[in-house]
Structures are given as C-alpha cells and as structure tokens.
Design a protein around this ligand. Structure first.
Ligand code: G3H
Length: 254
C-alpha cells in the first residue's frame, strides 16, 4: 500500500530479507516493546500469512508465548474445517496462559476448527515420563505433530525466557554461561546461532523443521533484535519472519 511505501517499510523488508537470508519478511509498523497494539498487528499479519499458505488438510504445530497468544486472538473463522492445531512440544515450564496447549485451544476456538493437546507433566522422574510416552493418546498426538505441514513459533530473548519459565539454577547457569541471547521452541542460542541449552521435552525437535513445508516465525520489539539475529543464523531459509519496525530498525543497525 501507499502507507507502506511512504514509511519505507517495503525497503526495510527487502534489506532485512538479504541481511537474514530469509525467503519472506513482513514488517508491521511500530515497536511492540513500547505499544501493546503492535502485538495485535503482528497477530493480524500472521493470520494473513497463515491463510495464504493453508491447504485443505493442514496440521499446524504451534509454540507457546505471549506473541502466539496475541496471534490466537486475531484468528478468524475463515480457516478450512480440515485445519488442526497441535502444540509443537510438551511443556517447557510456562504459565498456563503462555502454554502451547492453551494457545492451540484458543486458535481452534477462533477459527472454528479442531485442536489436540499434549498433556505431559514438566517435572516427573524419567521412569514416569517414559511410561507417559507409552500412552496411546500421547502417541497419537506425537504422530500428528510429526506430520505437521505448518509450524508457527515465537522467538524470545534468552534471559527473559529463562527467568519467565521454571528454569533450574543449573540450567540457568548453562544458559548464561553459554552466552545465550535467543530462544525458540525451548532451545537457547548464542550469537553464532549455536544451541547452548535445550529444554528436554517430546514433540517437535529443531531438526524436524527442515521437513516441514511452512515455517512462520513471529517476533517483534527492539529488545528481540539480538534474539532474532541469533536464531536466524541457523534457521531454515524457507522461514517466513513476521516482525515489527522496532526489531527491524535495530537489526538493520547491525
Ligand atoms: O516461547 C516463547 C517465545 O519464544 C517468546 O515468547 O512471545 O512471550 O516473547 P513471547
């Protein structure tokens, strides 16, 4: 649109695409660190991007976080009936409102489609965990996650995420000692994009991304620039990044 041209957003999208070596980038105006409505705009842009990529039978794996929660609020009942939302991974220590299970339920409610949940406890012994994995219901959801053809995920600042989640002191030291700056899917990355810590849970693993047709990352706010840069070092080229002007300007400063 005219607005996007005048504000130079189109130019920024092109510059950021080559800087991060990504297939597609959408930048929404504003900085979500400063204005809460920008997260709503991220949600709107994500919904549009998802809809463009939907095919009849789409299984969408979704991560947790406040950005994903904002996306859920912006989804509308124009998704195919055959859409199914599943959480990307098991619990990673988040509060209920930020959990992927909760967000999937919201997404299904707003789109008038279906969702499945993955109920695996966060803090149990290895033995209990293993017996959970033998449950037919859990196996079934894990199979659905493995056959997802779309992934929608957030990217977080490493320390912010480690503090927000129930991170043990030992893991916290791994994260800070490894100089993690970014987080996605419960994986923590340093500036070079190397994984320095991973929350051990079932479901989607980082290496699974390469087999999934549509990968959409949503993250905004200037405070997330470092995290986005780090994560994108190792992210698949096909990743579509939906971000805001705040993060984009900070990223382009270098
Ligand atoms: O999983 C959490 C995301 O990586 C970031 O969370 O959207 O609340 O910043 P957020």
């Amino acid at each position: 649109s005219m607005m996007r041209e005048i504000s130079g957003i189109n130019v920024m999208e092109q510059e950021l695409k080559s800087l991060l070596n990504l297939h597609e980038i959408v930048i929404v105006p504003g900085n979500s660190d400063e204005s809460p409505w920008v997260k709503e705009e991220l949600g709107r842009a994500s919904a549009a991007s998802m809809k463009r990529r939907l095919k009849g039978n789409t299984i969408i794996a979704v991560t947790g976080g406040s950005t994903m929660a904002a996306v859920a609020e912006r989804l509308t009942p124009d998704f195919s009936d055959e859409t199914l939302f599943v959480p990307a991974r098991g619990g990673i220590g988040e509060d209920v409102k930020n959990q992927a299970n909760t967000i999937c339920a919201k997404m299904a409610e707003h789109t008038g489609t279906r969702h499945r949940v993955l109920y695996v406890p966060d803090q149990v012994s290895k033995e209990v965990y293993k017996s959970f994995l033998k449950e037919p219901m859990i196996k079934e959801v894990l199979n659905l996650i493995k056959s997802a053809n779309m992934v929608l995920h957030g990217i977080g600042d490493a320390i912010t995420m480690a503090e927000r989640r129930k991170t043990t002191e030992e893991d916290f030291e791994k994260i800070t000692g490894g100089h993690a700056v970014g987080e996605a899917f419960g994986y923590y990355f340093d500036e070079a994009g190397e994984v320095v810590h991973k929350v051990p849970t079932i479901g989607l693993q980082l290496e699974d991304l390469s087999h999934i047709e549509n990968v959409i990352a949503v993250a905004g706010g200037s405070s997330k620039a470092k995290a986005i840069r780090a994560y994108m070092k190792g992210a698949p080229h096909k990743t579509v990044l939906i971000t805001d002007e705040g993060a984009a300007r900070e990223l382009l400063k270098g």
